[in-house]
Design a protein around this ligand. Structure first.
Ligand SMILES: [Fe+2]
Length: 331
């Protein structure tokens, strides 16, 4: 990992050279044994029951051998899940809606490594569970490292963590109008072309906003660094201090020549709730907490992984070839 190209903060000495492939009590791997008489939807119902009974005991459950190859097959598998599906409305990532609640996991450039993060932890309506399904592996790289929030909390320096918890996190976003970019747009973010509807969503999310003259949008919201787990009721470290920090974009291939941008001019940035920047060492320390606790996972075609989003972080290594991973989120 250390000095990995296009990995934010990878030059820091606390970043490990390699990710461990150790086992974790928080990750369960099961092998699905093919049952020819069952439809994908019936298999999904069986899987749904297993996830309901076990996701809290573990935090992530990887199911191998399902052989899902298309968006339609994933939609069929999840058709009768009793989890409440949700859209990516208000999400800050670059992804495409493919069918109903099935999205591409990321449309970010293949040579960029997406840092470990809990999905949508920068807003208050985060998913409680998230599913990833690999339909194509690519030819090189593209691992999907994960790490667990309880391990991160144990690793973090108490003073650093408490300072962030006390002062909360200000998430800043600058998203463009669809006529100005092919990257993240406010229309896609809020799933509407109507400014009023986008404003209603921002109001509901406690987001403050400002429209720019060219219809681009700047906004910010202040969110706690921890969240109460909806089932276990424990307070969990749950935020995107690193993956939503401007240094993420400084390592992004599309932004490497934009040295004139201020930190708060990138598509997203974050700082303490009162507007003061995080110290460099604070951001580096949290990155080190992630990567030193990460587990390397290489998803194979057809693999499905469920994560408790409050307890498990996910990421994606840079890759070559036609790697394709789908995502579904649940309230
Ligand atoms: Fe994500």
């Amino acid at each position: 990992m250390r000095n990995e190209l296009n990995l934010p903060g990878s030059a820091h000495p606390d970043i490990p050279e390699y990710i461990s492939s150790r086992e974790s009590k928080y990750l369960k791997i099961i092998q699905y044994q093919e049952e020819k008489h069952r439809s994908l939807t019936e298999i999904g119902v069986k899987l749904n029951k297993y996830i309901n009974n076990n996701i809290i005991k573990y935090s992530a459950i990887l199911i191998k051998g399902l052989k899902i190859k298309t968006v339609d097959e994933l939609a069929e598998l999840s058709r009768d899940f009793d989890f409440e599906g949700m859209t990516y409305n208000s999400g800050s990532g670059f992804r495409d809606q493919l069918s109903g609640s099935v999205y591409s996991a990321s449309e970010e450039p293949h040579d960029f490594t997406i840092e470990l993060h809990n999905e949508m932890s920068y807003i208050t309506t985060s998913p409680s569970k998230i599913l990833f399904c690999c339909i194509s592996e690519g030819t090189k790289g593209g691992e999907s490292p994960i790490c667990f929030n309880r391990d991160i909390a144990r690793y973090l320096n108490k003073d650093i963590a408490e300072k962030i918890i006390k002062r909360k996190i200000r998430y800043i976003r600058n998203i463009q109008d669809e006529k100005n970019t092919k990257y993240i747009t406010w229309q896609k973010t809020f799933e509407t072309k109507c400014k009023k509807k986008a404003e209603e969503t921002m109001k509901r999310q406690g987001i403050k906003w400002e429209w720019k003259q060219n219809d681009d949008l700047s906004m910010y919201n202040i969110v706690d660094a921890t969240r109460q787990h909806p089932v276990t009721k424990e307070s969990v470290w749950f935020n995107q201090v690193t993956a939503n920090h401007s240094t993420y974009y400084q390592a992004h291939p599309a932004y490497q020549n934009q040295h004139n941008l201020q930190a708060n001019q990138y598509p997203f940035h974050c700082c303490y709730g009162d507007g003061e920047e995080f110290e460099d060492e604070t951001v580096s320390h949290i990155r080190a907490a992630h990567w030193n606790n990460a587990i390397a996972l290489k998803l194979e075609q057809g693999d499905v992984i469920f994560m408790d989003n409050y307890l498990c972080n996910h990421s994606r290594m840079a890759f070559e070839g036609s790697r394709r991973v789908l995502v579904q989120m649940y309230r």
